[in-house]
Design a protein around this ligand. Structure first.
Ligand SMILES: [Zn+2]
Length: 241
């Protein structure tokens, strides 16, 4: 079996043995990559979650020893979209800085993650999220890179924005999908891919949705370590055998 992990938060310190500032084990980063390769993972795409993390992710992929294995996305997560306005030279400069990361690294393969998240509005309000989600469609249009999309509890807002901008981007995946059967089908109609991780497998209803995703439209991702690897491996064995 050969896999591409489309979303791994490898810049997170937990992949270095530190969890919320506490060291719980030795840095075993290289061993993680080795184990993944032994298990059939051919490529990994590190998720860029804001400007700083996108820079870190791109720098990681540009190391010689990771050539042909690590790739990254560049973008700003909806809960962090407040960073656009707070940036020292304003929102346009923030967008320009994201663009500069894309231009500098040949290993950036998608725009994101970006989207909407109404579960965590205490980090960023809906208006700000929408404004800078729209800005990132412009980045996708300009670079012709596919989009790595995030949607949490947004009613029809996420769908409507993606539909409105559908001609602005080539391909896209809605990652960590936890929506209903109907929501999944509507995204497929827009020509999008569905990304699944441990979060997508928590309930019986989730499993029914995942089973119904066509094999040529499903993508897999690790995310962070709190997403149970056991759930992931069970799914891989059952769906890819
Ligand atoms: Zn996400």
């Amino acid at each position: 079996m050969r896999f591409i992990d489309i979303g791994i938060n490898l810049t997170d310190n937990m992949f270095r043995g530190k969890y919320r500032g506490k060291r719980l084990h030795q840095d075993d980063f290289d061993l993680i990559l080795e184990r993944a390769q032994r298990a059939g993972v051919e490529k990994m795409i590190i998720t860029g979650t804001d400007l700083v993390e996108s820079r870190k992710a791109a720098a990681m992929t540009d190391k010689k020893e990771h050539a042909g294995f690590l790739y990254s996305t560049v973008g700003c997560h909806p809960t962090r979209c407040g960073e656009f306005k707070k940036y020292k030279h304003g929102p346009q400069a923030y967008l320009d800085a994201l663009r500069a990361v894309i231009k500098k690294s040949p290993n950036v393969v998608a725009i994101g993650e970006c989207g909407l998240d109404y579960d965590r509005l205490h980090f960023c309000d809906t208006q700000t999220q929408k404004e800078y989600f729209a800005a990132q469609f412009a980045l996708a249009k300009e670079t012709q890179l596919p989009m790595f999309l995030h949607d949490r509890n947004t009613g029809d807002d996420f769908y409507n924005m993606v539909k409105h901008h559908r001609n602005d981007f080539t391909h896209g995946v809605v990652h960590s999908f936890t929506g209903s059967m109907e929501q999944m089908e509507r995204l497929l109609e827009l020509g999008l891919y569905i990304g699944i991780n441990g979060c997508s497998l928590k309930t019986a209803a989730n499993l029914e949705v995942v089973k119904a995703i066509p094999q040529d439209r499903i993508m897999i991702e690790t995310g962070k370590l709190f997403q149970s690897p056991k759930e992931m491996s069970n799914l891989l064995l059952s769906s890819c055998a």
